[in-house]
Design a protein. Structure first.
Length: 64
């Protein structure tokens, strides 16, 4: 994993796996998978991230 970023404003988690340019994307439920042209996964985008977590996981991740 190269980089991970959570955007609180829109509740999206982005997991960047490499620096390849994105050629296309596939959406599966609340997850969007972004690929390079050779089917190499580049970026994972999880929409409504907090909504998909259990209460315990929310407390562990977001409580300061």
């Amino acid at each position: 994993m190269k980089k991970m970023n959570y955007s609180k404003d829109v509740d999206v988690l982005l997991i960047e796996l490499n620096d390849q340019p994105i050629a296309y994307a596939e959406e599966e439920g609340n997850t969007i998978l972004h690929y390079f042209e050779d089917y190499q996964l580049v970026l994972i985008e999880i929409l409504d991230f907090k909504h998909s977590l259990s209460e315990q996981a929310k407390q562990e991740l977001f409580t300061v």
